[in-house]
Ligand binder design. Structure first.
Ligand code: PLP
Length: 438
């Protein structure tokens, strides 16, 4: 625990960017659910069975087997984390001038698509951009928006549709199975691949089980497998759903893409049977994947997020509705209506919450959105502060502390002033940008 004076100093030293705080200055850490979950006893036991051979580690073959069984993808390449897989896949599939449609951008995914010469086009349904819409599947794709791009550019310039399950930037919102099936039918007709960002696929499956007709009695594991079956390949940050502190992979069904990826991975990550990971990391991932599709685990995990969200709603705090899978997303535009987007309301709010209680959250708004190729800022409709809940780490009592701190800040919101950016790095600026108080 820290004092208000210590927090003020720490925040100033961090340039009002919660990514630049030291973790020892943080009391409850909701920066991200990435690599911050607690591994189980089984996973730790698996770590003890690391086969650290340079090539052909037994843990790689265990991981390959589990991925085939749980997700159904044929060929896999481990990577150090999700963006390693995004890099390799983007370089293989995207040509200069290509268009990559997707259900809302994700920071690293879009950057790799752009670095490979592509242009991302958002084809998520309009409801996803409205924090108050209660639509149950705000991760859905608009087939009309996709069709317009196909008509405009031709299917030949669209290497794949980039689909995330549990859309992070929309607030952890799911895509429905029905929408995926329709998308599969449309893309098959036009010979376009679907690439699946499956970072939080089990959380998406839980919402399908809870909300979509015909899936009430199906297990999360069966739903996960069905989701994957409508896609041609996937990138995975195993640091979320799959419950490891580090790791990821690329999975595809097309042998030719696999062959290229298997060659390319040796340039950027490591040999194709370890891809930047230790054998023990692959073993923990194989076990984590199996745990991640347990109905009991997912119910408890999302139940905790919902507990916090309902508390915030009871307190009158504006949050993205419906409550998402991996965290609570506070609507900073509504929370701080007097701060214009150019003065970074979400960045400001994340800083104020840290000052109040030592709780670390993060900005998901204009800073995260970054700049277009022409240098102009993206201005996303959603200006959010993400309270991300690590899995199997915190108690319900921590959730109470979080909601109470947010309420205290809400009660003094009129006195809060915005920020100005004083240092802006070239790539993924939200990680390292620095700010000053206005
Ligand atoms: C939806 C989504 N895709 C991709 C990534 C990138 O994964 P990583 O951080 O493991 O590189 C993340 C994690 O931040 C994510 O949330």
């Amino acid at each position: 625990m820290t004092t208000p004076g210590q927090r003020k100093k720490a925040l100033q030293e961090a340039g009002f960017n919660t990514f630049l705080l030291r973790s020892e200055d943080v009391y409850i850490d909701l920066l991200t659910d990435s690599g911050t979950s607690a591994m189980s006893d089984s996973q730790w036991a698996g770590m003890m069975q690391g086969d650290e051979a340079y090539a052909g580690s037994r843990n790689f073959y265990n991981l390959e087997k589990v991925i085939r069984e749980v997700y159904g993808y044929q060929y896999i390449i481990p990577t150090h984390q999700g963006r390693g897989a995004e890099n390799i896949l983007s370089r293989i599939l995207i040509r200069k001038g290509d268009i990559v449609p997707g259900n809302m951008y994700f920071t690293t995914t879009r950057l790799h698509q752009e670095l490979a010469g592509g242009k991302f086009e958002d084809i998520i349904i309009d409801e996803a951009h409205d924090p108050e819409s209660e639509f149950p599947f705000k991760g859905n794709v608009s087939l009309d928006k996709l069709d317009k791009l196909v008509q405009q550019y031709g299917a030949g310039r669209i290497p794949y549709v980039s689909i995330a399950t549990s859309v992070n930037m929309a607030g952890g919102q799911p895509i429905s199975m029905n929408n995926l099936k329709e998308l599969r039918a449309y893309t098959s007709k036009h010979n376009i691949r679907i690439i699946h960002d499956m970072t939080r696929v089990a959380e998406n499956a839980f919402f399908i089980q809870q909300r979509e007709k015909g899936y009430e009695k199906k297990s999360v594991a069966a739903i996960v497998r069905e989701i994957c079956s409508y896609t041609d390949g996937a990138t995975m940050s195993a640091k979320k759903d799959a419950l490891v502190n580090i790791g990821g992979f690329l999975a595809v069904n097309d042998w030719h893409v696999f062959e290229e990826a298997r060659n390319m991975v040796v340039v950027y990550e490591g040999l194709h049977t370890y891809g930047g990971l230790a054998g023990r990391d692959m073993e923990a991932m194989a076990i984590g994947i199996q745990e991640s599709v347990s109905d009991d685990h997912i119910r408890a995990r999302i139940g905790q997020v919902i507990y916090l969200g309902e508390k915030m709603i009871d307190y009158g705090i504006p949050i993205v509705r419906p409550i998402g899978g991996h965290g609570i997303f506070v609507d900073a535009k509504k929370f701080l209506p007097h701060i214009p987007q150019d003065c970074y309301p979400a960045q400001t709010l994340a800083a104020e919450i840290y000052l109040d209680s030592g709780i670390r959250t993060m900005e998901r708004g204009v800073v995260s959105a970054g700049r277009k190729a022409n240098g102009k800022n993206y201005y996303p409709k959603l200006e959010l502060v993400r309270f991300t809940i690590p899995r199997r780490v915190y108690t319900q009592a921590h959730m109470d502390v979080i909601a109470e701190s947010t309420l205290r800040v809400y009660e003094r919101k009129a006195r809060i002033k915005g920020l100005t950016m004083v240092y802006e790095p070239k790539y993924l600026r939200f990680f390292q940008a620095r700010f000053q108080k206005l």
